[in-house]
Design a binder for this molecule. Structure first.
Ligand code: HEC
Length: 459
C-alpha cells in the first residue's frame, strides 16, 4: 500500500523538459559534465554500471547510444522503456540535460555535436511550464483549515438534502459493494473471517449506517513498476465491480476525467479463471467522498541505536539515513537532506522490507509515511522502531472513490463521513485499527505540483 499510494503522488508530479539545444564550444569539459556524472551515479549507475560499463546485465549499453538521437534519449528516460522505470518525475530537467551531456559525450571523452547541446535552452521554461496548473496550485496553498463542517463536496446544501431523502442507489439494491486492497498495509488486509484496517472498518461502518448489506471485493495491489493504481481504481469502478473503492488518494490526476481512456483492472479474488489480465475497459469520470484520513510522513528511527528523538530532517545529520526508493518520502529525503544522504545515506527497495532493514540496524532513521510505520508495528509489536513527533508538511487525504454519476450514493456517504469526523467515530475506528490518526485537511484534493514545488514543500 505504501508504494501504491506514494506512486499516486509521484504520478501527479509534473515536469516538462526544455528541448531546444544550442551551440557550445567543444574543447573544454562541458559545464554540465560534473553534474551529469553525479546524477548518473545517483540514479543510473546501479543498472547501467559505473562509468556506463555494464556488468553484463540486461540493461542497455549506454556507450552505444546514437548521439544524434537526443529526443529519443529524453523520451526513453522521461517515460521509461521496457523494464526501465520512468525518470520524468524523479530527476529534474537540468539533471536530465546533464546526464545527456554525460552520455552523449561518452563520459566527457568526446565533444558534443552542436545540435545536441542542451545549454542555452530557455531556463525560464522550467519555471513557467504548464502555467495554468502552476497558478492553480500556488493560489490553492494547502490551508490549515481543519473545520470539516465548512466543507461540503456536494456543493449546495438543498441539493444534497434532496438526494438524501431517497435511499442511495447502488449496483445491487440493498447492498453496498466495496473494493478493498487485500494487501493494503495498515489500511486494509484480507482475513479469513473478514478484514482488518481502517478502510475495512470504515466501509463496514458506512454500510451499517446506510442500512445496506456489505459485499467486499478484495483486489491485489501490484507493486510492479508498470502498474498504475489510479487507473486500476478507475477500471474497477468502470467495470461495475463495486460502488466504492476505499483508500483512494485525493490528488490531482486521480479524480475527475480518466487519466487515459482505457485501463485494465488489478487482479481480484473470485476473478473468472478465464479473465484476460490484459483486458482494458473504457474508463469513466470518478468522484470522491469527503476524505476520512490524512496520510502524513514522519521520521522513524531505531530506538536501540538512536537515543534522542530526531526533531526534523536536519536532525538526521549525525545518523545514517535510509532512502526508500521510488517513493515520495525517499525523493524528499534525497532532495531536502542531500548533504546528509550523500554522507551517510543508502537507498533501499520500497515496501515493508524497508522498515525491517531499519529494525535490523542497516541504517538508523528514515522519512516514511506514517501508515507504513503503523503497519510495521502491527506485524512486529515488540519493534525497536519509534516514530518521531516530526511530521513533514507535505501530506494528502484519503477518501472513497466512486463514479461521478453516483450522485445519490455520494451524498449519503458524505453525510455519514462528515458526521463521523465531527463526532470522533472515524478516529475511534482508526484507534481500533492501531493507526496514528490525522484529520483530513482542506483543500480535499492536493493540487498538481511541479517537482520544484514538491521539493520546496519542506521549507
Ligand atoms: C532499474 C534499473 C535501471 C535504472 C536505474 C536505469 N535504467 Fe536505463 N535501462 C534499464 C533497462 C533494463 C533498459 C533496457 C530497456 C528495454 O529496452 O527493455 C534501459 C534502457 C535505457 C535506455 C535505452 C532506451 C531505449 O530507448 O532503448 C536509456 C537511454 C537509458 N536506459 C537511460 C537511463 C538513464 C539516463 C538512467 C538514469 C536516470 C537510467 N537509464 C536508469 C534499466 C535501468
Amino acid at each position: 500500500m505504501v508504494t501504491r499510494q506514494m506512486k499516486h503522488i509521484l504520478l501527479t508530479v509534473c515536469v516538462l523538459l526544455p528541448w531546444s539545444g544550442n551551440l557550445w564550444a567543444a574543447d573544454e569539459g562541458h559545464p554540465l559534465l560534473d553534474k551529469g556524472v553525479a546524477t548518473y551515479k545517483t540514479f543510473c549507475a546501479h543498472c547501467h554500471g559505473l562509468n556506463m560499463v555494464n556488468a553484463g546485465t540486461s540493461s542497455y549499453d549506454l556507450r552505444k547510444w546514437p548521439v544524434e538521437n537526443k529526443e529519443a534519449f529524453y523520451n526513453s528516460v522521461t517515460n521509461g522503456k521496457g523494464s526501465m522505470p520512468a525518470w520524468g518525475d524523479i530527476i529534474l530537467p537540468d539533471e536530465l540535460d546533464a546526464v545527456w551531456v554525460y552520455v552523449a559525450s561518452r563520459g566527457g571523452k568526446r565533444a558534443l555535436p552542436d545540435d545536441v547541446n542542451p545549454l542555452d535552452s530557455d531556463e525560464a521554461e522550467i519555471e513557467n511550464v504548464d502555467s495554468d496548473d502552476e497558478d492553480k496550485s500556488s493560489s490553492a496553498e494547502p490551508a490549515l483549515d481543519t473545520d470539516i463542517s465548512t466543507q461540503n463536496a456536494m456543493g449546495a446544501q438543498d441539493e444534497s438534502a434532496q438526494l438524501l431523502a431517497a435511499p442511495p442507489e447502488t449496483l445491487k439494491a440493498g447492498t453496498l459493494k466495496a473494493c478493498l486492497q487485500r494487501n493494503g498495509g495498515a489500511l486494509s488486509g484480507w482475513r479469513q473471517d473478514g478484514g482488518i484496517g481502517l478502510d475495512y472498518e470504515l466501509v463496514r461502518h458506512v454500510a451499517q449506517r446506510l442500512k445496506l448489506d456489505l459485499d467486499i471485493l478484495w483486489f491485489e495491489g501490484e507493486l510492479e513498476e508498470e502498474s498504475d493504481p489510479v487507473r486500476e481504481n478507475y477500471a474497477l469502478l468502470a467495470l461495475g465491480l463495486c460502488d466504492v473503492v476505499a483508500g483512494h488518494p485525493l490528488v490531482a490526476g486521480a479524480i475527475g476525467e480518466p487519466p487515459t481512456p482505457r485501463a485494465a483492472p488489478p487482479r481480484w479474488t473470485d476473478q473468472p479463471f478465464d479473465w484476460d489480465p490484459h483486458r482494458h475497459v473504457d474508463l469513466q469520470p470518478v468522484a470522491h467522498s469527503t476524505p476520512y484520513l490524512r496520510v502524513e510522513m514522519g521520521i522513524v528511527y531505531n530506538g536501540e541505536r538512536v537515543a534522542k528523538m530526531p526533531k526534523d530532517l536536519a536532525a538526521l545529520g549525525s545518523l545514517s539515513v535510509g532512502v526508500e526508493q521510488g517513493t515520495i518520502a525517499g525523493l524528499l529525503t534525497l532532495r531536502q537532506a542531500p548533504a546528509i544522504v550523500a554522507k551517510h545515506g543508502q537507498t533501499n527497495n520500497p515496501g515493508p522490507v524497508f522498515l525491517w532493514k531499519l529494525e535490523q540496524g542497516e541504517f538508523d532513521a528514515a522519512l516514511i509515511n506514517v501508515p507504513a510505520y503503523d503497519f510495521h508495528k502491527r506485524q512486529n509489536p515488540i519493534t525497536s522502531l519509534k516514530l518521531s513527533d516530526y511530521r513533514h508538511p507535505l501530506a494528502f487525504n484519503i477518501g472513497l472513490a466512486l463514479l461521478e454519476s453516483a450522485t445519490s450514493l455520494q451524498a449519503h456517504v458524505n453525510a455519514i463521513i462528515e458526521d463521523d469526523l465531527k463526532n470522533g467515530e472515524i478516529k475511534a475506528l482508526a484507534d481500533l485499527s492501531q493507526l496514528h490518526y490525522a484529520l483530513p485537511v482542506a483543500p480535499w484534493v492536493t493540487p498538481r505540483m511541479s517537482l520544484q514545488q514538491l521539493i520546496a514543500s519542506g521549507s
